[in-house]
Design a protein around this ligand. Structure first.
Ligand code: 5GP
Length: 197
C-alpha cells in the first residue's frame, strides 16, 4: 500500500452520514474519492449505477464473493448484499487520492481492523432512534416494512459506536459537517495518529 488513506463513515441508516460524506467529497483540498460499493438491492429515487452504487444481481454478487473480489462484504439486511471491491480502492489510490467509504458498522470496523493506522473510522450518531424514524419516513423512498427493518437494526448498530476512532453527533447538520471536515483534515495531515491494534 502507498500513502493512500482510508476514511470510513458508518452509522445507522438515516443518521445523515451520506450527507456528510457528500459534503466532504466537495472539499477538493481533501483529495478524497468515493468508494462505490456493489449492492444487490434495487436503485432508490434518482440513484445511478456507477455513481451511488454498482447495482448488480444477487448472482453476480455471489460470484464476486467466490472470486475473492471484495475487501469486505455484508448481508446488511436480509437478501440485500453490500460490498467494497478491492479494485475500487486500488483505482482511487492509483489516482493519488484518499478513499472515503459510506458503509455499515460491521464493514467499517472490518476495514479499520485491516488497515489500523491508515484508517480513520468515524461513527455518526443520530440524536435518537425516534429522530431516525422521522428522517427515514421523510425520505419517502421505502416501504414501512423496510423502514422498520432499518430501525430495528439501529439499536444494535448504535452499540458499536465506542469501537470507532471518533463519534460525531449529528444534532445540527452544520456543526456535524464542520466537525467532520476538521477531523478528516487533521487525520490527512498526520496530526491524528492512529494506534496499531
Ligand atoms: P442503503 O441501502 O441505505 O444505501 O445502505 C444500507 C447500509 O449499507 C448503509 O449503512 C450503507 O452505509 C451500507 N453499505 C453501503 N455500501 C456498503 C459496503 O460496501 N459494505 C458494507 N458493509 N456496507 C455498505
Amino acid at each position: 500500500m502507498k500513502d493512500g488513506k482510508l476514511i470510513v463513515f458508518s452509522a445507522p441508516s438515516g443518521s445523515g452520514k451520506t450527507t456528510i460524506v457528500r459534503y466532504l467529497l466537495q472539499q477538493k483540498e481533501l483529495d478524497l474519492d468515493f468508494s462505490v460499493s456493489c449492492t444487490s438491492r434495487e436503485p432508490r429515487g434518482d440513484e445511478k449505477h456507477g455513481e451511488n452504487y454498482y447495482f448488480i444481481s444477487l448472482k453476480e454478487f455471489k460470484q464476486h464473493i467466490k472470486n475473492g473480489d471484495f475487501l469486505e462484504w455484508e448481508e446488511v439486511y436480509r437478501d440485500n448484499f453490500y460490498g467494497t471491491l478491492k479494485s475500487e480502492v486500488e483505482r482511487i489510490w492509483k489516482a493519488g487520492k484518499h478513499v472515503i467509504f459510506d458503509i455499515d458498522v460491521v464493514g467499517g470496523l472490518r476495514i479499520k481492523k485491516k488497515y489500523p493506522e491508515h484508517t480513520l473510522a468515524v461513527f455518526v450518531k443520530p440524536p435518537s432512534v425516534d429522530e431516525l424514524k422521522i428522517r427515514l419516513k421523510k425520505r419517502r423512498t421505502e416501504s414501512d416494512e423496510r423502514i422498520n427493518m432499518r430501525i430495528a437494526k439501529a439499536s444494535v448498530e448504535l452499540a458499536t459506536a465506542p469501537q470507532f476512532d471518533f463519534i460525531i453527533e449529528n444534532n445540527t447538520l452544520e456543526v456535524a459537517l464542520k466537525e467532520a471536515k476538521d477531523l478528516v483534515s487533521r487525520f490527512l495531515s498526520d496530526e491524528l495518529q492512529m494506534e496499531e491494534e
